[in-house]
Design a protein around this ligand. Sequence first.
Ligand SMILES: C[S@@+](CC[C@H](N)C(=O)[O-])C[C@H]1O[C@@H](n2cnc3c(N)ncnc32)[C@H](O)[C@@H]1O
Length: 219
Amino acid sequence: MLSPDFDYLRRIEARTSPAALLSEAKFLDAQTLFFSVVESLKGSVDFEIADMREVHAVAALGDVKGLKVLDVGCGSTEEYVLEDTFRDRYPPFFAEMLARRGADVTGTDIRPNPKAGYRHLTLDCTKENWMKSFRAPYDIIACLNIFNAPKSPFEHDASLCDRIMDDMRSVLSPDGILIVTLRDDFFAGSSKKKAQDYVASKHFKLLHLDGNCAWLKSV
Ligand SMILES: C[S@@+](CC[C@H](N)C(=O)[O-])C[C@H]1O[C@@H](n2cnc3c(N)ncnc32)[C@H](O)[C@@H]1O
């Protein structure tokens, strides 16, 4: 049964000092897992671990054994093929972490990933029929750092992001959760209202909003 610990995410968001993380057993477990994945993928970490959404998401999701996960734009250890965007490598940390926690993970990316420790599908999600080989429904769908990626096909194409939101909703289980980084233009002001209105217009209920990252359930 999927029941993310939103109290944990709220505590993490509200923390006043980095030391507060050390009392969070879930964080410490997820951090250990994260570093072992980084080591085996020969990745590097440019961010503060305390700010890594993937690590906190894994901590909040808890027991994912046997759950079906889809990670859209999951990343790859392969070089980039795209010219002007997504220049960094972005290994598939989230997909690998959930696979190691026993989830049944499918990751999709425009780049292949022959060394994936999960089922990797090389797909271009800007194409209409990109979902035809999916094994729906999914308990958890992640789409992280795609719609807000600078100079990407997504950044200035709201209708493309809308269509992909619809596509993801169509393969999400009725009790499932979509974790998605929303487009930056929803956060131009200080209010969260634009983001809330947007997710409602796409037939989702907002369960939690962490910066520009929304945890959603379909309605
Ligand atoms: C900014 S990275 C994010 C990777 C991962 N989700 C994360 O948060 O670390 C964006 C990813 O989207 C992939 N990507 C770019 N365009 C894509 C497309 N049209 N279809 C599928 N994946 C795409 C890139 O190869 C890259 O792995």
